[in-house]
Design a protein around this ligand. Structure first.
Ligand SMILES: C[S@@+](CC[C@H](N)C(=O)[O-])C[C@H]1O[C@@H](n2cnc3c(N)ncnc32)[C@H](O)[C@@H]1O
Length: 329
């Protein structure tokens, strides 16, 4: 069977093209100048194509349009994105995430309700403040703003592409005056390494939430982030995270995978087809590829950070919402 394989190489440059018989004139301009992360595609073991971000070239330096040569490679496989952006094309996120993850909408609804346990009483005395980490295209932001009228959201994300989409959507709904968008790495905030960012996020936060973002941090950084969140919340405040968790053994991992396959089938597609839309994410800032931790370990981290009690109000196979409250004294 024909097989296409992708390799990621760093500092690929014009000499490499030359060594494969591609002359400098036909090699893409960028190959002469840019030493960056690129992808090599081998077709049945032979170099077939080279890619820089969105652009793919065949071995003669021409842009690729050859479906047979590229096999099942879609445009998205070759675009470099930040961890957590998921899809090469940001416009695909809202639809794609609902196919990729079972019960995404139910999960957002549940985490918004969890935050409401603190937001609703706080809003009786004025505007309540909620910090959302990794807001992405603003699907949860919208839930929070529509559900709780007396709430201001501080929404953090390091991806300008995702923030732009979120901003446009919230403006269309008339919510722009109730959100502060901050383009920043929440790992940097956890480390307190940027005073401007610390000041921008501020304190006096009633509730904090995050969905599908924190699992990109190392366990050490997760712990630091939880500590930072706990310190920044008001007494009685709460934090909830919705994230995939690490399966406890191979049998559980297979179970989770089969659930996702079933879900994709119920949406009229397959996991393979959905995964073909996923971009080529490269570590950025404090985030890397998925770094899952078991639910048990994450509850332990919450306790260590100072949350008490900690709780798991929602779970669907490996997707869980877990969090806790800041003690009042
Ligand atoms: C899978 S998306 C989820 C977006 C949204 N929370 C949702 O559930 O639809 C993860 C988001 O986290 C952001 N992200 C990942 N790591 C981050 C970091 N270290 N700092 C800031 N944003 C980060 C990504 O840019 C992306 O928008």
């Amino acid at each position: 069977m024909d097989k296409t394989t992708r390799f990621t190489v760093i500092s690929f440059c014009q000499q490499a093209w030359a060594s494969r018989g591609v002359c400098a004139e036909t090699a893409p301009r960028s190959s002469k100048e840019i030493r960056a992360i690129s992808n090599l595609y081998l077709f049945n073991g032979t170099l077939a194509a080279i890619a820089w971000d969105e652009l793919r070239y065949d071995c003669t330096g021409k842009t690729i349009f050859h479906p047979e040569l590229m096999g099942n490679l879609s445009e998205s496989n070759t675009k470099t994105i930040f961890p957590g952006e998921v899809f090469a094309d940001t416009a695909q996120f809202d639809r794609g995430i609902r196919t990729l993850l079972p019960r995404y909408d139910e999960m957002l609804d549940a985490i918004a309700r969890c935050a409401g346990t603190v937001l609703e009483p706080a809003a009786q005395n004025g505007t309540a403040k909620i910090l959302e980490l990794g807001c992405g295209t603003g699907e949860l932001t919208r839930q929070l703003l529509s559900r709780y009228r007396q709430v201001e959201v501080v929404a953090v994300d390091y991806s300008a592409r995702m923030l732009q989409t979120a901003q446009t959507k919230m403006a269309a709904e008339g919510y722009e005056n109730r959100v502060r968008w901050i383009e920043a790495d929440f790992g940097a905030w956890a480390n307190g390494e940027n005073e401007e960012l610390t000041a921008a996020i501020g304190g006096g936060i009633h509730a904090s939430v995050s969905t599908l973002a924190i699992h990109h941090l190392s366990d050490e950084m997760k712990q630091k982030l939880l500590g930072r969140i706990c310190q920044s919340l008001q007494p009685g405040g709460c934090f909830f995270n919705a994230d995939p968790t690490l399966p406890e053994n191979d049998a559980v991992a297979r179970l989770h995978e089969s659930i996702r396959e079933e879900w994709a089938a119920s949406q009229g597609t397959t996991m393979e087809a959905v995964r073909a839309q996923i971009g080529n994410s490269q570590p950025y800032g404090y985030s890397g590829k998925d770094c899952l931790a078991t639910l048990t370990d994450q509850l332990q981290m919450l306790k260590l950070a100072g949350f008490n009690p900690v709780t798991v109000p929602w779970k669907y196979y490996n997707l869980a919402i877990y969090g806790g409250f800041v003690p009042t004294r």
